[in-house]
Design a protein around this ligand. Structure first.
Ligand code: FE
Length: 343
């Protein structure tokens, strides 16, 4: 009798043990089946290695589509609550601001993200976070310009640069953001004076991209210009002797204009927690390296060092005004550039 009872108790214990085990294991299995859908304006070649690394580490599968920021935002808007998307990755704070403004992104509550990403590189309302920093700085001909002759973005409007300045079109969001930040720092009147002075100094029509601008300086068409450093990096990699160098302007005042590429969680995502976990991982060292190095950008997390090739361009003081200003003042910047006949 006693033995039978003991055996029965043991069977119950075993059943309980199995039940507890399966309860413990359940979330693990669920996590393994996890899947995230990303809409990305950062191109496949730059983001795919990150997705693969995350899948290898966590088992979370990542589906993605890539397109330009405009069509992706339009798509998110049209899909509304039915969107399959969990995350939006895009370049330029102007685009991230736009997405948040249109109510497409969810507020995120993450101590880790707030710790890893400096305050000026993220949305003040935590709807998006910068993940890499791109510096838009001055480039000059090493044959015709001495770095001592350079000082600020504003200075490129002075008479000594007449017929020597090359600029990219004002239609590109990068320049809209640059001018928006100047409005934030210097006011509209002063910024318009500077932009008009730039126009008076142009050596030739505006360029459709940064790469052809740098090539124009190398070819002797102009002597100075403004570009994102990674375009310079790509050309320098192909031709280490390119007669063009980078200059860090405004080091005695506000610093170099920086922008971000970054990400936010889609408002109607059905996997918000998993999406935030992925964002958090993106802010950590290994992912930060992958994210920045692939495009010769700077990691947004200041504790992560840039690639040696990028670090070789020297340290610089960056403008720490919140990059969301680029979005807020974008419309003003576009109108101002139009008034100044910046094509
Ligand atoms: Fe770019």
């Amino acid at each position: 009798m006693k033995i039978e009872l003991e055996a029965k108790m043991n069977r119950i214990k075993i059943k309980l043990f199995v039940l507890i085990l399966s309860l413990l294991a359940a979330p693990v299995f669920a996590a393994e089946a996890e899947e995230l859908v990303v809409y990305s304006a950062r191109n496949e070649q730059l983001i795919k290695p990150l997705f693969d690394a995350y899948t290898a580490k966590t088992g979370t599968k990542i589906q993605f589509i890539t397109d330009k920021a405009g069509p992706l935002l339009a798509r998110l808007k049209a899909e509304g609550k039915n969107t399959p998307a969990d995350l939006l990755i895009t370049v330029d704070a102007g685009n991230l601001w736009q997405a948040a403004q249109e109510g497409l992104l969810a507020k995120i509550n993450s101590k880790l993200l707030n710790k890893n990403i400096p305050a000026h590189l993220r949305d003040p309302e935590n709807r998006w976070y910068g993940l890499s920093v791109r510096a838009r700085t001055i480039v000059y001909s090493t044959k015709r310009v001495k770095p001592e002759e350079l000082s600020t973005y504003e200075d490129l409007g002075r008479a000594k640069w007449k017929g020597r300045l090359c600029l990219r079109t004002s239609k590109k969001v990068y320049n809209q953001s640059l001018v928006a930040m100047m409005i934030a720092r210097l006011g509209e009147v002063e910024t318009e004076k500077i932009v008009r002075a730039w126009m008076a100094n142009l050596a030739t029509d505006v360029f459709s991209n940064d790469t052809s601008l740098i090539k124009a300086i190398a070819a002797g068409q102009c002597d100075v210009g403004i570009v994102n450093t990674y375009y310079y990096g790509r050309l320098k990699r192909k031709d280490p002797n390119i007669p063009v160098a980078l200059f860090w302007p405004n080091q005695r005042d506000r610093g170099v204009h920086v922008n971000v590429s970054g990400a936010g969680v889609v408002k109607y995502s059905r996997n918000k927690e998993a999406a935030v976990r992925f964002l958090e991982w993106l802010s950590k060292e290994k992912a930060q390296r992958l994210f920045a190095d692939g495009n010769m950008e700077y990691p947004a997390n200041p504790r992560v060092k840039p690639h040696p090739e990028v670090a070789a361009w020297g340290r610089f003081k960056q403008d720490t005004i919140n990059v969301s200003q680029a979005g807020k003042l974008q419309a003003k910047a576009v109108i101002l550039m139009d008034r100044a006949r910046y094509k």
